[in-house]
Design a protein around this ligand. Structure first.
Ligand code: ADP
Ligand code: MG
Length: 469
């Protein structure tokens, strides 16, 4: 039961919190530019301190996400510095607090019942790696993700019990794969908290494996993953070319699958296009369900923006939402990026979000994207895909495959960079601008009917964007 806190003690708790936060702030102030300090840290208010955890109020969810993404290291350093090892900072959203206070006053007028302390769950010896905010509740349904979402939901409800094992979700960057597979994990744990669920990227898996080899603990490593009820591995395409890791993963996969445990994988392309992955692994991936996520249509984009802006605690007009959704079309991460930038722009300049600011921000976001993608990175990705040398694209080589690769590279250069036709032509062996136009229109025509070619191009495109991100 809760210890009864006297009002004198309460004042002390609040005073402690204030002093401690003040100390944190002065440390932070020394380590960030003034404007950052003013924008992101000054609005945070201390709440309580229990000797280990400092609770602070933040204005909205957006703050938490921004701070965690940009200043996590600084926060950790500050907390260790001021509170010592084991110290923690806990964010509470101000709106929630107000709501909470309201509920409390309401509850006071009703009869007070003693509340039984929840049974503490047995502590698991590992972290699931799941991000709690990625749930089905805030995953917007749309035409492009319908099947993937439905299958994921079914797996979340009944892990290991459906024919979707493994569940293999693929699609371009920023379309919601990571969100969806976290949602599955969170759902499983919500229903059965005792289940052993783990999420990690295939890169993290590889790094851990290499460490296990060095430490001579490969058996432990392998047994640990074999002990899961659900194993969720993100971006499995990064296992390409890593044969030893693939071998081990193959054995873990088999053990889990045989004992009816759930395996969930994501990738930027379908299993058959995972060149450099062993055939036996690819054939395992085909056992369950493979489903893709397509870019969201306009309505879905608007719905996502509406939802996201609400969760940040702001209300944007339909006109503004539509403007953003119409101008940012490729993926959801970019939509969100635009929203975050908009809020940052608004908070930095302390002006309200108006149409001018929206237009400016959309412009900034679009130019940023083009700065990152270069003709060189496109050429590299195309050549890697077709397994040809880059200089073949600059030579007068007329082999069918080379011609196609060259045309795709020109097409993507026009689409993803701001370069002129002339510049693009120059990059490909000093070809004329009319050659670039010809390449562009040939590819545009071809992908209207050639679905496989479209998939190839999409997959190269997402690779380019992923490396530029
Ligand atoms: P991917 O793993 O496919 O690259 P993510 O899952 O990281 O993409 O998604 C990028 C961002 O877009 C995340 O912040 C995610 O929450 C958001 N997002 C993607 N799809 C949806 C959706 N359908 N509804 C709401 N948010 C989404
Ligand atoms: Mg992802």
């Amino acid at each position: 039961m809760d210890k009864i806190i006297t009002s004198a003690e309460k004042i002390q708790i609040e005073k402690d919190a204030k002093d401690i936060w003040k100390e944190c702030l002065s440390f932070i102030k020394e380590n960030v530019p003034f404007i950052t300090y003013n924008t992101w840290f000054l609005p945070i208010k201390p709440s309580e301190f229990d000797g280990l955890t400092l609770k602070v109020f933040v204005p909205n969810n957006f703050f938490i996400e921004w701070i965690e993404e940009h200043y996590n290291t600084l926060i950790n350093r500050t907390v260790t510095q001021v509170l010592g090892d084991g110290g923690k900072l806990l964010y509470v959203i101000l709106e929630e607090k107000e709501q909470h206070d309201q509920e409390k006053t309401q509850a006071k007028t009703e009869q007070t019942k003693p509340v039984a302390a929840a049974n503490p769950l047995p502590q698991k010896e590992f972290e699931s790696g799941l991000i709690p905010r990625y749930t089905f509740d805030n995953f917007i349904k749309g035409e492009g993700n319908q099947l993937a979402r439905a299958a994921s939901f079914a797996v979340g409800e009944n892990p290991g019990q459906t024919s979707f094992n493994p569940l293999f979700i693929y699609g371009g960057v920023g379309l919601g794969k990571t969100h969806l597979i976290h949602s599955i994990g969170n759902k499983i744990l919500e229903k059965s908290p005792e289940k052993r669920v783990i999420y990690l990227s295939s890169d993290a898996f590889t790094v851990e494996f290499v460490e296990a080899i060095q430490a001579n603990t490969v058996n432990d490593f392998s047994n640990f993953y074999k002990s899961m009820d659900a194993l969720i591995i993100d971006d499995i395409q990064f296992l390409v070319g890593k044969e030893k890791t693939q071998d081990l993963f193959f054995h873990i996969f088999n053990t889990l699958h045989q004992s009816g445990k759930q395996i969930i994988l994501s990738s930027d392309r379908p299993p058959k296009d995972l060149k450099g992955l062993s055939d036996r692994l690819v054939s395992r991936f085909l056992w369950g369900l493979q489903t893709d996520i397509q870019p969201p249509d306009l309505e879905t984009r608007i719905a996502i923006l509406t939802n996201k802006s609400k969760s940040y605690g702001i209300n944007l007009s339909r006109e503004i939402l539509e403007y953003i959704a119409l101008n940012i079309t490729s993926n959801i991460r970019e939509l969100e990026g635009c929203l975050v930038k908009l809020l940052a722009n608004a908070s930095l300049t302390s002006i309200d979000i108006n149409f001018e600011l929206v237009k400016k921000t959309v412009r900034e976001v679009s130019t940023n994207k083009q700065v990152n993608v270069s003709i060189e990175s496109i050429t590299k990705a195309v050549c890697e895909y077709f397994e040809i040398e880059e200089n073949k694209l600059r030579e007068k080589n007329r082999r069918k495959e080379v011609v196609l690769a060259r045309q795709i590279a020109m097409f993507l250069s026009k689409q993803l960079t701001k370069s002129s036709l002339k510049t693009i032509g120059l990059h490909f062996g000093g070809r004329d601008h009319s050659t670039v136009i010809h390449a562009q229109s040939s590819i545009e025509d071809a992908i209207k009917t050639d679905f496989k070619l479209k998939e190839t191009i999409d997959s190269i495109k997402s690779k380019v964007e992923l490396t530029a991100a």
